[in-house]
Design a protein around this ligand. Structure first.
Ligand code: KG4
Ligand code: ZN
Length: 341
C-alpha cells in the first residue's frame, strides 16, 4: 500500500528541525540549532530561541525537501510539535506548519514532543512492540512511560520531581567550570575518571522514598551534593579532580535511571525498553542499560545519537504513525500548548 509522505516540524526548544518520512523510512532530517547562542548563559534563553527558529524555519523546510528529493506539494500530511516546550518557540513551528497546511491544502497533526522522542526509534529499529516501556531523558524531561499505543495511549509511571537529568548534567558542568551543554563534556571527562571515587547520593531510592516515588526521579539533591563536595575541596585549598567528580556524578545519575527503568519493566512484565532524549546519547547510560536489560531478558532499543536529540524526523515519525492508525487531523486552530503533559 502507498504510505503517506509526512513532513514533521519541531521547534519546542533550541533546535529547529524538519524531517520527512514515509512509513518507517527516514527520507530527510534537517536540523538547525541555536545552542551556541545560549552557551554564554548556561541554558536556553527563550527569546533567543524563538528568534533563531524564525530565521531557520524556512531554510530547514527547503533543506529537508531538497535532501528527500521531494516537492512541498508531494507531502501528504504535516505534523508539528504542539507541546510541551517553550511557548514562543513552539508558536514558530506551529505557525509555519499551519501556513503550509493551509497553503498546500494538506491535513495537519499537532503532536506531543515526548511521544515523538519515543516514536523516532521506529525509523531505526522498525515497528515498536506494544506495550513498551520508555525512559525519556533530556534537558527538560525525565520520564518513565508505559506506551500502550504510541499514537494515543501513553501512561506516565514516573517523572522527575525537580531537575531533569540533562539539566543536572548542565548545572554540574557549570559548577565544575565546564562548557554548555554539560552532557557531552561530562561524558568525555568521566571517560578518564574514577566512577567510584566519590559516593554521591542516589535520589529517591531509599525504602521510604520508594513508597511514594517508586518510578520518580530527583536530581537536585545530587547537584547540591556535588556542589558541597567541590566547595569543601576548594576551601581546603586542594585541587578538584574534575574527571573523578564527573565520573562519580554520572554514575549516580545513570545508576538510578537504569535501575528504575529496568524495575519498571520487570514489575509490569514488559520486555521492551526504549531510551531516548538528549541524555540517551550518554555513553555510560548506553552501556549500563544494555548490561542491566540483558541480565533480565529485556530488549533494549536506543536510537542513534542524532535521532535522540531534538529533531523534525521524530515528529514526522509520530505523525506518520498517527495517520497510519487512522486518527483524524487537528483543526487549523489548535493551540501551541507549552504545558502539554
Ligand atoms: O533532547 P535534547 O536535545 O533537548 C531537550 O529536549 O532538552 O536534550 C538536551 C540535553 C542537555 O541537557 C544535554 O546536556 C544532554 O541532553 N546531553 C547529554 C549528552 N548529550 C547531550 N547528557 C549526558 N550525556 C551526553 N553524552
Ligand atoms: Zn526533546
Amino acid at each position: 500500500a502507498h504510505q503517506p509522505l509526512v513532513l514533521g516540524i519541531e521547534s519546542s526548544c533550541d533546535e529547529t528541525g524538519v524531517g520527512i518520512v514515509r512509513g518507517h523510512t527516514l527520507l530527510a532530517d534537517a536540523v538547525a540549532s541555536s545552542m551556541e547562542q545560549h552557551a554564554p548563559y548556561g541554558g536556553v534563553v527563550p527569546e533567543i530561541a524563538s528568534r533563531a527558529h524564525l530565521e531557520s524555519i524556512v531554510p530547514m523546510i527547503e533543506l529537508a525537501c531538497e535532501r528527500a528529493s521531494v516537492k512541498l506539494h508531494d507531502v501528504d500530511a504535516i505534523a508539528v510539535t504542539s507541546g510541551p516546550g517553550l511557548a514562543g518557540a513552539l508558536m514558530v513551528g506551529v505557525g509555519a506548519a499551519k501556513a503550509l497546511a493551509f497553503a498546500l491544502d494538506k491535513p495537519i497533526y499537532g503532536v506531543n514532543h515526548l511521544a515523538g522522542h519515543v516514536a523516532v526509534d521506529q525509523l531505526e529499529h522498525g515497528a515498536l512492540p506494544e506495550p513498551t516501556l520508555a525512559l525519556l531523558v533530556s534537558g527538560g524531561h525525565s520520564n518513565l512511560l508505559r506506551v500502550n499505543d504510541i499514537s494515543s495511549d501513553i501512561v506516565s509511571l514516573g517523572a522527575t520531581i525537580d531537575d531533569a537529568a540533562g539539566e543536572a548534567y548542565d548545572k554540574v558542568a557549570r559548577l565544575l567550570g565546564l562548557s554548555y551543554p554539560g552532557g557531552p563534556v561530562i561524558d568525555a571527562a568521566a571517560a578518564s575518571g574514577n566512577s567510584v571515587a566519590i559516593d554521591f547520593p542516589r535520589g529517591l531510592t531509599s525504602r521510604k522514598d520508594l513508597e511514594r516515588h517508586r518510578f520518580d526521579f530527583s536530581f537536585s539533591g545530587l547537584k547540591t551534593a556535588v556542589a558541597r563536595w567541590v566547595e569543601a575541596r576548594q576551601r581546603a585549598g586542594e585541587d578538584v579532580p574534575i574527571n573523578d567528580v564527573a565520573a562519580s556524578f554520572q554514575e549516580a545519575v545513570v545508576d538510578v535511571l537504569t535501575r528504575k527503568a529496568i524495575d519498571a519493566c520487570v514489575e509490569s512484565g514488559i520486555e521492551h525498553l526504549v531510551i531516548s532524549g538528549g541524555v540517551a546519547a550518554n555513553s555510560r547510560l548506553r552501556v549500563l542499560a544494555e548490561e542491566r536489560a540483558s541480565a533480565k531478558g529485556i530488549e533494549l532499543r536506543v536510537p542513534k545519537r542524532s535521532l535522540c536529540t531534538d529533531n523534525g524526523a521524530m515528529i514526522a515519525a509520530l505523525g506518520s504513525e498517527i495517520v497510519a492508525r487512522g486518527h483524524g487531523p487537528s483543526s487549523l486552530d489548535f493551540p501551541a500548548d507549552s504545558s502539554q503533559p
